[in-house]
Design a protein around this ligand. Structure first.
Ligand code: NAD
Length: 475
């Protein structure tokens, strides 16, 4: 069969939040765009089996946990009944609604969307194996690679069993197991561990480093860790899984580490979430001059251009942090660059949010980083015990902190743990990007009573006059 040959100004390979944002923006700038993805609609891992379904389930987890806690406020609900089929279909509907919306937005912009697998035949041509079985050759002027990442698999953790899940399998919500081991105390492990614990599973978490969420400031993590200890059966730190075997009743797991109490345990299900790796293989990149680094990430410059000038790369495939919003922003930079504009990817702050209960969010310089780089900083902390709004939400355990340059008084970073931290961090990102001073935040009138006031009060702590926190002056 002769493959059809078409041409396009811009081919975008991968329709996640990097790829579709780039394709939409390019079409808005007047480029002729073809977007290729394996799924029937744009959306990628984020919408189909990542951010969106997990947040839908985390919302349910929060409702369940609040309903259980409400007796403390004088309201007692009967034990929640979980209709798993209905819950699953609600989550699937959320995904369907958003992905079909993206499909429409793509059509309205006259983007050619192709469902299929793309492969670089050379630096100017893609071969696309379409879902329909047909093959197409697509000649392009520019291409943007936005193929994302996939769960990393470790040899000791690879067991072909329906009882061993990755994040995709866990989000499908096949059942509510009695027990579950979560391997990896990072973003995915803690978010999905929270979901399953709320649904009634006895969740144990095993993390090989000395603490949950390695790399994140400890004062923020400790608040979440206390909560995780309450909702989980066990949190095993400094521990690794050395072997997993399937038995009739579950997966027998052998642990090793300094804090191991029971060297072997059996779990109904095991969720493996030990990081992700870039989808940079099987794309025919060897037929181009695109280079990869030692970890398989595509090498790019500040314009997100690869070592093959006509090909750009954005999102998880070109490096950390593997976050949807970083990918979308890179997509915009790449499109502007290939359109001839003078741009660079130079964010001062990329926010990170862990959507647990409580949430953790940070941006810009962290205390941990400042210590590693030996930078002189001053940290202003506002504990939510002194926040009226946090008290009304029964969420006094939260903390908002500002990392400040002591000389210029510029805000270099922000860290928040507490309810809604993921929403609150946006103000911090703006402050860091706009080079705001502590006095700028302090002099900005924040609405009362809200958690956003904790940012203003943290700035006031730095300036020595927080209204709701009395700190006697030292003589
Ligand atoms: P992660 O890097 O966040 O966490 C992996 C954890 O597994 C680490 O704490 C690591 O120390 C631990 N680990 C590694 N090997 C282990 C072993 N053998 N035994 C025990 N522990 C082990 O990775 P993730 O949770 O898989 O998530 C992958 C990426 O996806 C994240 O880095 C993030 O960029 C992205 N993500 C983001 C969000 C969000 O923005 N809210 C949510 C989910 C995923």
């Amino acid at each position: 069969m002769n493959a059809q040959t078409n041409s396009t100004q811009l081919a975008v390979v991968g329709g996640g939040p990097g790829g579709y944002a780039a394709a939409f923006f390019a079409a808005d700038l007047g480029l002729q765009v073809t977007l290729i993805d394996l799924e029937p609609q744009p959306g990628g891992v984020c919408l189909y089996r990542g951010c969106i379904p997990s947040k839908a389930l985390l919302h349910v987890a929060k409702v369940l946990s609040e309903a259980r806690h409400a007796s403390q406020w004088g309201i007692t609900f009967s034990d929640p009944q979980i209709d798993l089929d209905k819950l699953r279909s609600w989550k699937n509907n959320v995904v369907q609604k958003l992905t079909s919306g993206l499909g429409q937005l793509s059509k309205q912009r006259k983007i050619t969307f192709i469902q299929g697998r793309a492969y670089f035949v050379d630096a100017r041509t893609l071969r696309i194996q379409k879902e329909s079985g047909e093959e197409e050759h697509l000649a392009f002027e520019h291409a943007i690679l936005a193929t994302g990442s996939r769960p990393a698999i470790l040899p000791s953790l690879s067991l072909d069993s329906p009882r061993v899940l990755d994040s995709t399998g866990a989000l499908e919500l096949p059942d509510i197991p009695h027990t579950m081991l979560v391997v990896g105390g990072g973003y995915i492990g803690l978010e999905l561990g929270t979901v399953y614990a709320a649904l009634g599973t006895k969740v144990s978490v095993v993390e090989m480093t000395p603490g949950l969420l390695p790399g994140v400031d400890r004062d923020l993590v400790s608040v979440l860790a206390r909560r995780m200890e309450k909702i989980c059966q066990a949190i095993m730190l400094n521990t690794t899984v050395v072997e997993m075997k399937e038995e009739q009743n579950g997966i027998r797991v052998r642990f090793e580490g300094s804090e191991v109490q029971e060297a072997e345990q059996v779990f109904d299900k095991v969720l493996v979430a030990v990081g992700r790796k870039p989808n940079s293989n099987d794309l025919g990149l060897e037929n181009t001059r695109v280079e990869l680094d030692a970890r398989g990430f595509v090498k790019v410059n500040a314009q997100r251009q690869t070592t093959e000038p006509g090909i750009y790369a954005i999102g998880d495939v070109c490096g950390e942090p593997m976050l949807a919003h970083k990918a979308s922003h890179e997509g915009r930079v790449a499109v502007e660059a290939l359109s001839g504009r003078k741009v660079a990817f130079q964010p001062q702050a990329i926010p990170a949010v862990v959507f647990t209960d409580p949430e953790i969010a940070w941006c810009g310089l962290t205390e941990t980083q400042a210590k590693q780089e030996n930078r002189s900083i001053q940290v202003a902390r506002f504990p939510w015990g002194a926040s009226g709004r946090a008290t009304t939400l029964d969420g006094n355990e939260g903390v908002t902190k500002l990392v400040i340059d002591p000389e210029s008084e510029r805000i270099l970073g922000v860290g928040i743990v507490g309810s809604g931290a993921g929403e609150l961090i946006a103000e911090g990102v703006l402050a860091v990007e706009m080079a705001a001073l502590a006095s700028d935040i302090s002099l900005t009138i924040h609405p009362h009573p809200t958690l956003s006031e904790t940012l203003m009060e943290a700035a006031d702590v730095f300036l020595g006059h927080s209204t709701h926190l009395y700190r006697p002056k030292r003589n």
